[in-house]
Design a protein around this ligand. Structure first.
Ligand code: ARG
Length: 462
C-alpha cells in the first residue's frame, strides 16, 4: 500500500491493484521534457504576475533544470511509484527545494497541465513527421527524375491499361506525401493554442496572464474556452488520423513494392539490406520491410479508432478515461517516425529494372486506346465504332500471340482499310505514353513539369 501524494481527502492508502490500473507514470514518463518545459513557463508567469516571489521562481527554475538533466543522464529514474509524470516531477522538486516547490501548482490543475504536456508533444512530433515526409518526397523526386522515360504498364484493376513512365508513378506517391505534409502542418496551426492556465475546468481567481505562458511556449495565443480546453483531445485525434492516412499511403506503396519485387514482375530489386531470407528455403529473399510497413498500418488505424471510442461518450470536462489517450498516440508516432525513415532508406536503395518494365509493356495491348483515337482523328470514325474495330484488331493480335504494336500495316488494313502507315507511330508504346500531354498527364514533358513544380514547392514552403 502506498501513500497518496495528491489527496487531502482520502485517508486510506491505495490498493496495489488500484495503483496498477490508475498510475500512468509507466507510459507518461515520456512527457518529462514537456512537463518541465510547461512548469518553467508557468512558474515564470506566476512570478511576473507577483503570484509567487522571485526567490521562489529562481529556486523552482534551478530545481526543474536540475531534474531535467538528472532524468536525461539517468541519475533520476522515472521507474517509480508516483501516480503520473506530473506528480513525480513536482514531488521530486519539493524534496529538492522545499516549500517553493509546493507553490508551483498555484493556479494550475493536472487537467490543464496534462492537456499542455500532451499538446506540446503532439505539436513537436507533427513537425518532425512533416520534415521526414519532405525527405521522402525528395527521394521520390530523385527516382522520378531518373525515370521520366522508363516505360511500365499503367494499371487499373491490376490489369495492364496504358503505358506510363516510372517517374510519373513515383510522382503520384510524392503528391500523396505532399498532402500528408500539409495535413500535419494544418493540424499544427489549428492546435497551436495554449491550454495552460485553464486550471481544473473553470479558470482561476489568481491574476494569471495566459498570454505570457502561451508566448513562452511558442503557441499563437491561449485557447478561448477553458471548459473545452481541458476536455479537448482533437489535437491527439488529428495526429492519429494524419498518421493513419500517411501509413495508408505507405502501405499502398509497400504493396506495389512487394508485387514488383516478386518473380511474376521483377520490375524492381530490393537492396539486400532491406530483404531477409527464409529459415528453411535457402533460395528465398523476402520483402519483409515493405510487408512490415503495410502491416503496421493496421495498428495505427486501431489507435485512431481506440481514441475516437474513448472520447465519444464523455461528459465535460476532464474524465479519467482520457488518460487512455496517450499510449496509442505514443505508439503511432513512434511507428510513423520509424516507418518514414525506413521507407526513405529503402526507396533510395531500390533498383529499378528498366528492361523488365519495358518488356511488360508488350503484354496487354497497351496502345489499343491510341489506335481508337487514331481512327477517330484520322478517318472521322465515331469513337464507339472505332472501339469495336480495335476490338477486332486485338482479337487478331491475340490469335497470333503478339501485341497489337507488333502487327504490320497490311494486317491492320485487312480489318480497317482506312488505317495508314503512320499508324505504327501511334501503336508504339513510347509514343503512346508521350501522347498524353494534358496537364497532369504521363508524357515525359509533363512529368518533368511535375518534378519542377514539386521542387519549387519544397523550396518555397519549407
Ligand atoms: N495522469 C492523468 C492523465 O494522463 C493526468 C491528469 C489527472 N487529472 C485528474 N484530475 N486526475 O490524464
Amino acid at each position: 500500500m502506498s501513500k497518496k501524494i495528491a489527496s487531502a481527502r482520502i485517508s486510506e492508502a491505495s490498493s496495489e491493484l488500484l495503483r496498477e490500473l490508475n498510475n500512468s507514470l509507466p507510459f507518461d514518463k515520456l512527457l518529462f521534457r514537456e512537463d518541465i518545459e510547461g512548469s518553467l513557463a508557468h512558474a515564470f508567469m506566476l512570478s511576473s504576475q507577483g503570484i509567487i516571489s522571485n526567490d521562489d521562481y529562481i529556486l523552482i527554475e534551478r530545481g526543474l533544470k536540475e531534474i531535467l538533466s538528472e532524468i536525461e543522464n539517468g541519475t533520476f529514474s522515472l521507474d517509480r511509484d508516483d501516480e503520473d509524470i506530473h506528480m513525480a516531477i513536482e514531488g521530486y522538486l519539493t524534496s529538492k527545494i522545499g516549500d517553493a516547490g509546493k507553490r508551483l501548482h498555484t493556479a494550475r490543475s493536472r487537467n490543464d497541465q496534462v492537456a499542455l504536456d500532451f499538446r506540446l508533444y503532439v505539436q513537436k512530433n507533427s513537425l518532425i513527421l512533416a520534415k521526414l515526409l519532405i525527405e521522402n518526397i525528395k527521394t521520390l523526386i530523385d527516382i522520378a527524375s531518373k525515370n521520366t522515360t522508363t516505360l511500365l504498364p499503367g494499371m487499373t484493376h491490376l490489369q495492364h491499361a496504358q503505358p506510363i513512365n516510372f517517374g510519373y508513378h513515383m510522382m503520384a506517391y510524392a503528391s500523396m506525401f505532399k498532402r500528408d505534409y500539409e495535413r500535419f502542418m494544418s493540424s499544427y496551426e489549428r492546435n497551436n493554442y495554449s491550454p495552460i492556465g485553464c486550471a481544473a475546468l473553470a479558470g482561476t481567481p489568481h491574476p494569471i496572464d495566459r498570454d505570457i505562458t502561451a508566448k513562452k511556449l511558442g503557441f499563437k495565443e491561449p485557447t478561448l474556452n477553458c471548459l473545452d480546453t481541458v476536455s479537448d483531445r482533437d489535437f491527439a485525434l488529428e495526429i492519429l488520423f494524419n498518421i493513419s492516412t500517411m501509413m495508408m499511403h505507405i502501405s499502398r506503396l509497400s504493396e506495389e513494392l512487394i508485387l514488383w519485387s516478386s518473380s511474376e514482375f521483377r520490375w524492381i530489386t530490393l537492396d539486400d539490406r532491406h530483404a531477409t531470407g527464409s529459415s528453411i528455403m535457402p533460395q528465398k529473399k523476402n520483402p519483409d520491410i515493405p510487408e512490415l510497413l503495410r502491416g503496421k498500418t493496421g495498428r495505427v488505424n486501431g489507435n485512431l479508432v481506440g481514441l475516437l471510442t474513448v472520447m465519444k461518450g464523455l461528459p465535460l470536462a476532464y474524465n479519467k478515461d482520457m488518460q487512455e489517450d496517450k499510449e496509442g498516440v505514443f505508439d503511432s508516432v513512434k511507428t510513423a517516425t520509424l516507418s518514414l525513415k525506413v521507407l526513405n532508406e529503402m526507396m533510395s536503395l531500390t533498383k529499378v529494372n528498366v528492361e523488365n518494365m519495358a518488356r511488360a509493356c508488350m503484354v496487354g495491348h497497351l496502345s489499343a486506346t491510341d489506335l481508337a483515337d487514331y481512327l477517330v482523328k484520322k478517318a472521322g470514325i465515331a469513337f464507339r465504332d472505332a472501339y469495336h474495330i480495335v476490338g477486332n484488331v486485338v482479337n487478331m493480335a491475340e490469335e497470333q500471340g503478339v501485341d497489337i504494336s507488333e502487327l504490320d500495316v497490311k494486317q491492320l488494313q485487312s480489318i480497317e482499310p482506312r488505317i495508314q502507315a503512320d499508324v505504327l507511330e501511334v501503336l508504339n508504346n513510347h509514343n503512346s505514353m508521350n501522347a498524353r500531354t494534358s496537364k497532369g498527364g504521363t508524357a515525359t514533358i509533363r512529368v518533368e513539369e511535375q518534378i519542377e513544380w514539386m521542387k519549387s514547392w519544397i523550396e518555397n514552403y519549407n
